[in-house]
Structures are given as structure tokens and as C-alpha cells.
Design a protein around this ligand. Structure first.
Ligand SMILES: *[C@@H]1O[C@H](CO)[C@@H](O)[C@H](O)[C@H]1NC(C)=O
Length: 434
């Protein structure tokens, strides 16, 4: 819990999105110049105005181009549903509807979609909206220590038939998630164990016909405290490097591509990067080994500190910390980032407690309480409050078309993709804007 609280970063009102706001900031600076010369003043006003108009025009045309590849708008835009002022009855009547053509992509960058074996709706969505995803990550595997041995658990989750079906429908890469649960001291210090881990992963990919994996280990290593030790930290990076190199040396029959490695990273937990955080230097040093980073920009709030799931400024701040230190000369690191977008929400008790809800829970809460949906400007998220039968006050944050579309635009403005957790937890019409 303490960890969650640490994530609350104090956000200054500016400085998060300098690249987005640069023109507006320039205008503010212009206005400070209280020139004695009237003409000079007029000139500034005019040039500022032109700046604003140009910026808006550019921005609008880009947003339009990016959000809408085809000639006509997606259904939810046509119906005017992507807005801050929304009503519960509209959500109830529209959430199942989407454009007839479910294969048209409206978001031009990469879309990584997680799905979990315990929620079959995710598998359904993966098939239905197949073309909207570039990467699909079923949450299947754990690499564990068993006595002194390493074992890959989760084969019972894996579904070859489903992969085959997806291959018939489209060309999204299938990259199951593997969590490295094995004790890091054994794994990182013993060459035999490292080789075994790499071998287990590659063997599983080959046997199941996957395109690679999404690896989650950094949070586990941080929990074990190994990342505080510089020597262990560098061994951890070396392991990822070894794995990536080994995977990239394998070319797949069906795609003629090499096995891909995506790596899961967390957002910084305080207002500056700590030694155990995954930072810009790490992105740079692993740029050959890793094909992309799934950035977990969700769970900003928790039962102990009820609030929005992923404030937009916090997302901007995380991206800035991660990407500003990287050089952009010949490598575009921005494109390697998949910005985390939650499709689940939270039903919090205002005084503390309770937790995640899925789309179906959200809809039944709307039906039961007929709440007024409110827009929180600060976080750019919708929420509502209600009192339960015991008269306990709750606050519910659940994503909306507007909140998601703003995060898509944010990702686009960085040249980044998105990573959705998880596609079985959202409402059908969310997929219309992807
Ligand atoms: C759906 O959209 C895709 C991509 O834009 C297009 O290739 C396809 O022809 C469309 N299908 C129909 C039935 O309009």
C-alpha cells in the first residue's frame, strides 16, 4: 500500500507537457512584455494570435488525420458521444454500438492489447476487433523457481487454436505475457539459470507458435530489493539483453520476422527517478535487445487513496521523465513506448476501501443509481458518486470515450502507441475509437 501512496507525485501546474504547450507558453511570455511602443505591442498580439491560429489549425488537422483514417467518422463521433458532458442513460443505450466496419483503424500507432484467461470477453474482443490491434498479449505464463530448478507455468492457459484463428483473421502479433517470478538472486547470479530461463522462453514460443513475449520482471526485482544494488541492477539489465539477443537470433517460419521482446515498465513512483526506477538510460542501453516498452500508466489511486485511475498530467509527466533524457538522433524511442490505458475502473468507498470494476459492473451501477456523471478537469476522467444500501458513500472512476480519446491523443503527440489493460474489461464502443 505504501508503494501505491509513493506514486502520488506532486504535479506542478506546468512543466509536464512543454512540447505540447510550447506555443501557448510562448504566447504567455509574449504577453508579459509590456512594451512602451504601441506598434510593438500590436505586433506581439498579432503574431501571438497568428501563432494560436496556426497551432490550432495544425493541431486540429493532425488530430483529424490521426484519429480518422477513413473518409467518414467512427460511429461514436458521428453520434457526438465523445465529450465531457455525458449522461448515464446514453451510456446505457449506446455502449454496445460501434461502427459497422469493425476492422477500420482510427488510431494510427501501435495498439497492444492484454487479455486474461479468466475473462473470456477479452478473447471475443480480440477476434471481433482483430484489425485494431497490432500486438495481442494473453496473460498466460509465469517463470518460477521450483526447488533449485526453473519451470515455465501456464501451459494450461495457452491456446494454440485461438492463435491459429487469430492468424486467419489478421496480422496482430501474439506475444503472451511472461512474469518472472523466479528468485532473482539465483536467476541473475547463475549463468546456468539465466541460460535456462532464455531457453524455456524460446522453446515455449516455438512450440506455441507465438511471435515473442511481453516480459514483466522489473517490478518483481524491485520488490526483492535487488535493483538498489548497482551490481545486481546491471546484471538484471544484462539478463534482458541476453534474452533479447537470443530471441532476435530466431527467425519465425510463418512471418519471416525474429521473435520479439516487449518489456513492462512502471511509471516513476515519485517526482524524480530513483535508482531502482527504469529510466531513459535503461531505454537507451536496451534499445537493441527490446522491441518496445509497455508502460503501466494506471493504478495511480488505490483503495487507500481513492481517486482517478490515471491522471492525464501524471501520464505526461511519466512520458517526459522517460523520454526527455533519450537522444533522438537516429533512434526513435518514442515509438517504442506503449502508453498504458485502463479499460477497467474503480468503485471506491470514499473513506477508503473497495476496488476494481469491469464494464458490466459499471453498467449495473448506472442502472441502479442513475447518477450524474461528472468530468474531473484535473485528471481528465469521468466519475460519479453514490450511496449504497448502508448509506456508505462511494466514488466510481471508470473510463469514458472522452477520457480514452484524450489519452490516445496524448500518445499520438509523442509518437507512441498504447497498451490496453485489458480488452475484456471495457465497453464495446471503446473499440470504435481505436
Ligand atoms: C472496412 O475498413 C477497411 C479498412 O479501412 C477496408 O479495407 C474494408 O474494405 C472495409 N470494409 C467494408 C465492408 O466496408
Amino acid at each position: 500500500m505504501a508503494k501505491k501512496k509513493d506514486r502520488r507525485v506532486r504535479l506542478s501546474s506546468d512543466g509536464k507537457s512543454s512540447h505540447v504547450d510550447s506555443s501557448t507558453r510562448r504566447i504567455k511570455a509574449d504577453h508579459k512584455l509590456t512594451s512602451t511602443s504601441y506598434t510593438l505591442f500590436l505586433f506581439f498580439i498579432l503574431s501571438s494570435t497568428i501563432c494560436v491560429i496556426l497551432y490550432r489549425k495544425l493541431h486540429a488537422s493532425n488530430a483529424h488525420k490521426n484519429m480518422n483514417a477513413g473518409s467518414d467518422l467512427p460511429y461514436v463521433y458521428q453520434r457526438g458521444l465523445v465529450k465531457t458532458d455525458i449522461h448515464y442513460h446514453q451510456v446505457l443505450s449506446e455502449n454496445m454500438k460501434a461502427s459497422e466496419n469493425s476492422s477500420r483503424r482510427n488510431f494510427k500507432n501501435a495498439v497492444l492489447a492484454y487479455l486474461t484467461p479468466w475473462n473470456s470477453k477479452g478473447y471475443e474482443m480480440a477476434k471481433k476487433f482483430n484489425h485494431k490491434f497490432t500486438h495481442l498479449s494473453p496473460v498466460w505464463y509465469e517463470l518460477k523457481s521450483q526447488d533449485t530448478k526453473l519451470v515455465m507455468e501456464g501451459r494450461h492457459n495457452a491456446d494454440k487454436e485461438w492463435i491459429a484463428e487469430l492468424r486467419m483473421k489478421g496480422d496482430a502479433l501474439v506475444l503472451p505475457r511472461v512474469v518472472l517470478e523466479a528468485h532473482p538472486l539465483n536467476l541473475l547470479k547463475k549463468k546456468k539459470q539465466r541460460n535456462k530461463a532464455v531457453d524455456l522462453i524460446i522453446t515455449e514460443c516455438k512450440e506455441m507458435g507465438c511471435d515473442g513475449i511481453v516480459l514483466e520482471s522489473w517490478s518483481r526485482w524491485a520488490a526483492y530489493g535487488v535493483l538498489h544494488d548497482p551490481e545486481m541492477r546491471s546484471m538484471a539489465l544484462q539478463f534482458i539483453q541476453q534474452l533479447g539477443q537470443a530471441m532476435h537470433s530466431i527467425t519465425l517460419e510463418h512471418s519471416k520476422q525474429t521473435l520479439q521482446l516487449l518489456y513492462v515498465i512502471g511509471p516513476p513512483r515519485s517526482d524524480k527517478l530513483e535508482e531502482y526506477d527504469f529510466g531513459p538510460q535503461d531505454i537507451q542501453s536496451l534499445s537493441e535487445a527490446v522491441n518496445g516498452y509497455s508502460l503501466m500508466t494506471y493504478d495511480f489511486s488505490g483503495p487507500q487513496n481513492p481517486g482517478p485511475n490515471a491522471p492525464l498530467k501524471w501520464i505526461q509527466y511519466a512520458l517526459q521523465l522517460l523520454l526527455d533524457g533519450t537522444t533522438h538522433d537516429h533512434e526513435n524511442f518514442d515509438q517504442m513506448i506503449f502508453v498504458g490505458v485502463n479499460f477497467y475502473g474503480n468503485d471506491f468507498i470514499v473513506s477508503g476501501g473497495s476496488g476494481p470494476i469491469l464494464g458490466t459492473d459499471y453498467l449495473s451501477l448506472l442502472e441502479r443509481h442513475r447518477p450524474a456523471l461528472q468530468w474531473d478537469e484535473n485528471s481528465a476522467e469521468h466519475f460519479f458518486v453514490y450511496s449504497d444500501k448502508q448509506n456508505v458513500k462511494h466514488v466510481v472512476f471508470y473510463p469514458s470515450l472522452k477520457s480514452i480519446s484524450m489519452r490516445l491523443e496524448e500518445a499520438l503527440s509523442w509518437g507512441a502507441g498504447i497498451a490496453i489493460w485489458e480488452i475484456g474489461q471495457g465497453l464495446d464502443y471503446f473499440f470504435d475509437i481505436l
